[in-house]
Design a protein around this ligand. Structure first.
Ligand code: PMP
Length: 308
């Protein structure tokens, strides 16, 4: 298993900066027993200019607040204060390229009643930017995403991730790199920890909100596409249509933008290097380090076509 901290590592715990190795949490917490907590996955990068920037921190902390509200967890924190605390965690640990994990968790409570307080921890560890140059072999999972009538699927709640773990472990045990989950009607939904897009004839298609976590990277892909004049459509589709696509990719804070080689061993039609998806990947890689991105001719050509 990976090592996330050492004796010197500092975390933010309920308003104080404390040593990770000395921090305590209640073993009687409702979060531990029932998977009842909410969290975020955020990244910081060393920018092109050399400073450390957290990517879209307000979006992540607002989602944390919304996830807590959706789960009836008290949420007493302010986004600006949490962003400042996160920069302080990075500074105290002397890390720049980091993965940042805030968790809002419940007090000791074995019943199901609403709590009067909750707690927050912010952990961070080093994570180098991911180049996404290896294409993924993806498997359609027999595990479906949680039914939105049984869960608040738009919230990033810890308990939902039991589903992600089962699907991902199953795909890996079967020799694939990652799982792809459907909704209860066999429409493609998302990966265990990432949203997906496919490309057909230079346009991108992605599942609409409803059965997915509406990702911040997904929203960033929309922004990139708008800027580059790449058409994106949100609609439901099934695995058969996806297998006929030119390309596909996962996107998420941890995954960034990562292309797929195949789905259920059916290879995608286009060479990844010739896809608009690859242009989106390059644009994202530049955006996170605040580097200007000059799209290749292909995207420019598409832009003229769309606005003509
Ligand atoms: N779906 C799931 C199930 C996830 O866990 C994640 C990662 N948070 C995503 C999508 C992508 O979300 P984001 O781009 O906000 O990281």
């Amino acid at each position: 298993m990976a090592s996330y901290y050492n004796d010197a590592t500092v975390i933010f715990l309920n308003g104080s900066f404390v040593k990770a190795a000395e921090a305590k949490m209640d073993f009687y917490s409702q979060s531990l027993h029932y998977g009842y907590s909410v969290f975020e996955g955020i990244r910081s990068y060393k920018t092109e200019k050399g400073d450390t920037k957290i990517f879209k921190p307000a979006e992540h902390y607002e989602r944390l607040k919304n996830s807590a509200r959706a789960m009836n967890l008290p949420y007493a924190w302010n986004t600006d204060e949490l962003i400042a605390a996160t920069y302080e965690v990075l500074k105290r640990n002397n890390i720049r390229d980091a993965y940042i994990r805030p968790v809002v968790y419940a007090p000791a409570n074995m019943s199901f009643v609403v709590n009067t307080e909750s707690f927050i921890v912010i952990e961070a560890w080093e994570m180098a930017p991911f180049l996404g140059d290896k294409l993924l072999r993806v498997m359609t999972s027999s595990f479906q995403r949680p039914n939105p009538k049984g869960f608040k699927i738009e919230a990033k709640a810890a308990g939902h991730y039991v589903n992600s773990i089962l699907a991902s472990q199953d795909a890996k045990a079967k020799g694939f790199d990652e799982a792809l989950l459907t909704d209860m009607n066999d429409n493609i939904a998302e990966g265990p920890g990432a949203n997906m897009f496919f490309e057909k004839d230079g346009k991108l298609v992605t599942p609409p909100p409803g059965n997915i976590l509406p990702g911040i990277t997904r929203a960033t892909v929309f922004e990139i596409c708008k800027k580059l004049g790449i058409a994106v459509e949100e609609r439901l589709f099934k695995a058969d249509e996806l297998k006929n696509a030119d390309a596909a990719f996962y996107c998420g804070t941890a995954a960034e933008v990562v292309g797929w080689e195949s789905l259920d061993n059916v290879k995608f039609k286009k060479n990844w290097n010739e896809t608009v998806s690859k242009i989106v990947q390059a644009a994202y890689a530049n955006l996170i380090i605040e580097k200007e991105f000059e799209p290749p001719i292909q995207a420019g050509a598409r832009r003229k076509e769309i606005h003509a």
